[in-house]
Design a protein around this ligand. Structure first.
Ligand SMILES: [Zn+2]
Length: 239
């Protein structure tokens, strides 16, 4: 079985709003897909409520096109769920829906929002993913597809999720950085004019900042799970 067909190393990124997965994890996704690994982007909502002049139903259609284009540029699959921006419920229905997606796509690793967020949809997504990963691995949760165990949940850096977040891993993304910025530009929100937040400036500068700290030209920082355990034969081998 080739690496492409294997689930080993495959990635699922679960974001609350269209654009979240792209800005917080686009660099990681590009590294994975360019190395031949599968990636799937899941948007819990389309983030359709935030446009200053378009009504949500019109902006939702634009966002569908934007997430399809950004997924194409990353070489990733894309799914969006039918929840409304600002009203994402952290309920059993949502958790089982994500459980089913995990069993279908069989990701090895999941990236999602850290819980310390200023946005309620981000904290809801965090809660949904924790339980969905648990349900997906549990054979006694009987669904259409058999159980699948995810190897780990990781938390990439998002400007809205910084309460208690810390940089545990620095990933060198220097080689795909221009592709990352081009991919972000496929979203009107990132290009500017909708939000007062300067997305492109922030994430470009963040790549430089993390690069300085991580020892690369550009880096993406990722928080590792709290239960991170290292198994070593000698303390002198600690990395
Ligand atoms: Zn968001």
């Amino acid at each position: 079985m080739s690496e492409q067909e294997s689930t080993q190393g495959s990635l699922m990124v679960i974001g609350a709003h269209a654009g979240d997965a792209e800005n917080m994890a686009g660099g990681v996704v590009l590294k994975h897909t360019r190395a031949g690994y599968r990636a799937t982007i899941v948007h819990m909502t389309l983030g359709e409520a935030g446009h200053s002049s378009l009504p949500p139903e019109r902006y939702a259609l634009q966002r569908q096109e934007e997430v399809k284009e950004s997924a194409r540029l990353m070489g990733a699959g894309v799914v969006w769920l039918p929840y409304r921006d600002g009203e994402l419920p952290a309920d059993e229905e949502a958790k089982l829906r994500v459980c089913d997606l995990i069993r279908k796509e069989k990701p090895d690793l999941i990236l999602t929002h850290w819980k310390g967020s200023i946005h309620k949809d981000h904290t809801a997504t965090h809660q949904i993913v924790q339980d969905a990963v648990f349900y997906a691995a549990l054979p006694s949760i009987r669904r259409e597809l058999p159980a699948h165990r995810v190897r780990g949940i990781y938390y990439p850096e998002n400007w809205e999720d910084m309460d208690g977040w810390q940089a545990d891993i620095y990933l060198d993304v220097s080689d795909i950085w221009d592709e990352y910025l081009d991919m972000l530009r496929s979203h009107e929100l990132m290009r500017g004019g909708i939000s007062s937040f300067r997305y492109l400036d922030y994430y470009d500068a963040l790549g430089t900042l993390r690069g300085c700290l991580g020892g690369f030209r550009k880096a993406a920082a990722i928080m590792a799970p709290g239960s991170w355990v290292r198994r070593i034969k000698g303390f002198w081998n600690l990395r």
